[in-house]
Design a protein around this ligand. Structure first.
Ligand SMILES: CC(C)(COP(=O)(O)OP(=O)(O)OC[C@H]1O[C@@H](n2cnc3c(N)ncnc32)[C@H](O)[C@@H]1OP(=O)(O)O)[C@@H](O)C(=O)NCCC(=O)NCCS
Length: 261
């Protein structure tokens, strides 16, 4: 039977296949640190696909051959950019132009929205994808460094600053979100400072761009909240060699300016 692959908006029925494609498209250690490892990722993607969100600022497309889902792309408006969250084509179907067709949906939606730029993040080691993006007019405009806090940090300097007032402002809502999706963002107040702390599954906390000097004290507080979780750090700047932080990988932020940018 001749192949007839169509690119169309994703429906709820496609979500399990989308999750399977993502989980098969990247290394397990990478997947484990993304929301695609979360127990409620299907609920989450279903809610994204349902209008009005899907029509306003977040879209998923699939490449389908009849009932078979061969690939997908997920994009969303992020500030004044249109951001490619993910594009994945099943291994057996790669190299046949499906990725390029999904990618076209992203770029043409960007043109229609008249956003000044398109952005995406790609693992620095994923040369196949990053070279492809470069050929499509994307340039590297930033980096994200991933680290894990080593356990001994929790014991360091015990007692210092531990008397700080802490509060979890949105705890009840966050717990509801965690139960449904398997990930959530806590708003943690420590003294006068407010931190957004991600929780992924049962095993990870996730901190984005926390000043290096504040990480040890914050880590001790998080350890008290949930001792079983490791702490993942995402940073736009590198931490120099420091045994307290285990380097994991780098992603490139790539950007393409559009007409008005
Ligand atoms: C990246 C990915 C989506 C490309 O999908 P695809 O359907 O294989 O891509 P296409 O056949 O449309 O080809 C797109 C480009 O990829 C390159 N490419 C595709 N297959 C390739 C292969 N086997 N080896 C090297 N490059 C290849 C081609 O150079 C092509 O570039 P061109 O259009 O300038 O010739 C797919 O490889 C994939 O899902 N990879 C795993 C997940 C991933 O890395 N996603 C991107 C993360 S940001």
């Amino acid at each position: 039977m001749p192949e007839k692959i169509e690119i169309r908006a994703a429906s709820r029925l496609d979500v399990p296949a989308i999750v399977a494609l993502y989980r098969g498209g990247f290394a397990p250690a990478f997947v484990a640190r993304t929301i695609f490892s979360a127990s409620g990722i299907v609920n989450y993607l279903e809610n994204i696909i349902d209008p009005p969100l899907a029509n306003l600022y977040e879209r998923l497309w699939v490449a389908a051959n009849g009932p078979a889902i061969l690939g997908f792309a997920h994009v969303r408006v992020l500030g004044d950019s249109l951001h490619l969250n993910n594009v994945v084509v099943g291994r057996k179907f790669q190299g046949r132009g499906i990725g390029a067709r999904l990618f076209n949906e992203f770029t043409s939606w960007g043109d229609r929205l008249k956003v000044p730029r398109l952005t995406l993040d790609v693992e620095a080691e994923n040369l196949k994808a990053s070279n492809w993006y470069s050929r499509s007019g994307f340039a590297t405009t930033g980096h994200q460094f991933f680290y894990e806090v080593s356990d001994p940090i929790h014991g360091e300097g015990e007692g210092q600053g531990d008397a700080a007032e802490i509060s979890l402002d949105n705890w009840v809502e966050v717990q509801a979100w965690q139960r449904l999706y398997g990930f959530s963002n806590i708003r943690l107040q420590v003294g006068g400072k407010v931190y957004t702390v991600g929780r992924l599954g049962r095993k990870l906390f996730r901190l984005v761009d926390i000043p290096v000097g504040e990480i040890p004290a914050l880590s001790r507080i998080l350890k008290k909240i949930d001792a079983a979780r490791k702490i993942l750090l995402l940073r736009s700047s590198e931490i120099g060699a420091d045994r307290r932080y285990e380097f994991l990988w780098i992603t490139l932020r790539m950007t393409k300016r559009l007409g008005s940018g």
